[in-house]
Ligand binder design. Structure first.
Ligand code: SAM
Length: 251
């Protein structure tokens, strides 16, 4: 049973390479367009804002942010995805390789965006708190943030323990389970091509109830003003597709 094998606590360092962009190809630059439109409105983005896309991956959201702001930086841990972003989106993109627990900027940004479940990766809660503190530190006074996260209720309710899909020439075999002791959703993905094994990836993300998320962020210096349940601006409910938090730096 996949559940019997523990997820590697450093899974995030291995799971976002070349194959990631192939098997998540449906999460495209085009699909990011409306997400950026909504996010920009939610934080009242101004052309003069200095913006960080935290965990920018291949830069698909940056593509749409870029024409709207003068100063934009993308930060990610994956050198593969950063190289892809630079290659595909052009030299003018400012990209930094760093760990989200230690964002190497102080009071540098007016807005931090964090799209597509790029948080809650670390096994120890102190490390997830460090990430919040690091975002708060990187923001100027009254700086705003937008975090697009999973809705724990919907994840629990809609859990599909096993699925198989095609992604181009690849077969993607996903096993998912919830670890109630750790409060996490785990996924192990086995990729094959023409019946030949290619690779295995893991993902493990913390499931935060909205109140718990609010507390975690507040302890780290970020105050949530509003939750949304999706990119159309609906309120958060147990059925919402997403848990989107918008707010500002405290103090
Ligand atoms: C689910 S992907 C989302 C990427 C991008 N926001 C998007 O929507 O396409 C998560 C991203 O987090 C990055 N990441 C994982 N661990 C990280 C860390 N410790 N510090 C910074 N980035 C990290 C991955 O490399 C990956 O690009």
């Amino acid at each position: 049973m996949e559940q019997d094998r523990e997820i590697d606590p450093n899974w995030y360092a291995e799971s976002f390479g070349e194959l990631y962009s192939l098997i998540y190809a449906h999460r495209s630059v085009e699909a990011a367009r409306d997400e950026v439109r909504f996010a920009a409105e939610a934080v009242k983005l101004q052309p003069t804002d200095r913006v960080l896309d935290l965990a920018c991956g291949g830069g698909r959201h940056m593509t749409h942010l870029h024409p709207n702001v003068d100063f934009l930086v993308g930060l990610d841990y994956s050198s593969t995805l950063l190289a892809m972003a630079q290659r595909e989106r052009g030299e003018s993109f400012r990209l930094v390789r760093a760990d989200m627990r230690a964002v190497p900027f102080v009071a540098a940004f007016d807005v931090v965006f964090n799209f597509f479940t790029s948080f809650g990766y670390f096994r120890h809660e102190d490390e997830n708190r460090m990430t919040v503190q690091s975002v708060a530190r990187s923001l100027r006074s009254e700086g705003r943030f937008f975090i697009d996260y999973i809705n724990p209720d919907a994840v629990r309710r809609g859990l599909e323990p096993h699925s198989v899909r095609k992604a181009g020439l690849y077969t993607v075999d996903d096993t998912r389970w919830i670890d109630d002791n750790e409060g996490r959703i785990n996924k192990r993905t086995r990729v094959s091509r023409e019946n030949r094994y290619v690779a295995t990836f893991e993902e493990s993300v913390r499931l935060y109830a909205p109140e718990e998320f609010e507390q975690l962020l507040l302890q780290g210096g970020l105050r949530i003003e509003r939750f949304y349940g999706d990119f159309s601006g609906a309120d958060l409910s147990p059925d919402s597709q997403r848990m989107i938090a918008v707010g500002h730096k405290t103090g």
